[in-house]
Design a protein around this ligand. Structure first.
Ligand code: PGA
Length: 255
């Protein structure tokens, strides 16, 4: 019912030339897996080269962030209009942006709405810190993040969003949330919150990814879970073989 989506978040890796060479290598082995949506999210500077290299292929392009205004005095920022024609997806609310750039729930909400208004599909990232997790605050915190991010987004647009549950303590640490725990939060907190906001019928069509130290050797456990619809992947998306493995394992596990 929900097409699985594997998205590579390259973070601050690869020059434009490296990125274009990488995706040219990536396309042929990924071509077989049309049952999985395949997305790469390069740094802004590499987006035009990657987008050109992927034109006419089934691999889609995403951005890692966006400003919510179309233009203005915002040094160093990129607007939705600048991304038009280059990307289909935009990650908003990644924990590294929340941490380093001060992206609050309110700002994340503005970004998600601006992305939707310009025809993009936001990948809305949420997730708790280690302290919140250990203090038993995961459910209330993640639910509040979801409510904040989706505020004012109408039901007709919500199907164009993807949500990503990324517990901060699992990102880049090699310490992933168990598939069962990830499924419990994704189903019992995120999808439940979306159901409270939009009703059951809508909520069961929204795709929700897990992210945080996803690798080929744990991909099958996650994707086998009923509420997990794919992965947002950092480290393991930077290598052609491992990204292809993530997509292949997803396809084979769901077949
Ligand atoms: P990781 O990063 O796969 O390297 O843990 C995930 C992310 O930050 O999206």
């Amino acid at each position: 019912m929900r097409t699985p989506i594997i998205a590579g978040n390259w973070k601050m890796h690869k020059t434009p030339a490296e990125a274009a060479a990488f995706v040219r290598e990536l396309v042929p082995p990924l071509a077989a897996f049309d049952d999985v949506e395949r997305v790469v999210c390069p740094p802004f500077l590499a987006i035009p080269a990657v987008s050109a290299a992927l034109k006419g292929t089934p691999v889609k392009v995403g951005a890692q962030d966006v400003h919510f205004e179309d233009q203005g005095a915002y040094t160093g920022r990129i607007s939705p209009t600048m991304l038009q024609g280059y990307v289909e997806y935009i990650i908003v609310g990644h924990s590294e942006c929340r941490r380093d750039l001060g992206h609050t729930d309110e700002i994340v909400n503005k970004k998600a709405r601006a992305a939707l208004a310009h025809g993009f599909k936001p990948i809305i990232a949420v997730g708790e810190s280690l302290e919140q997790n250990e203090a038993g605050q995961t459910e209330s915190f993640v639910s509040a993040q979801v409510r904040g991010a989706y505020a004012g987004i109408p039901a007709v647009e919500v199907m164009n969003t993807v949500c990503a549950y990324e517990p901060i303590w699992a990102i880049g640490t090699g310490r992933s949330a168990s598939a069962q725990i990830a499924n419990d939060i994704i189903g019992g907190v995120i999808r439940k919150t979306l159901s409270d906001l939009y009703g059951d019928e809508v909520a069961k069509h929204i795709r929700i990814q897990y992210g945080g130290s996803v690798k080929p050797d744990n991909m099958a456990e996650y994707i086998a879970m009923p509420d997990i619809d794919g992965a947002l992947v950092g480290g393991a998306a930077l290598n052609v073989d491992s990204f292809v493995d993530l997509v292949r394992i997803t396809s084979e596990t769901l077949a």
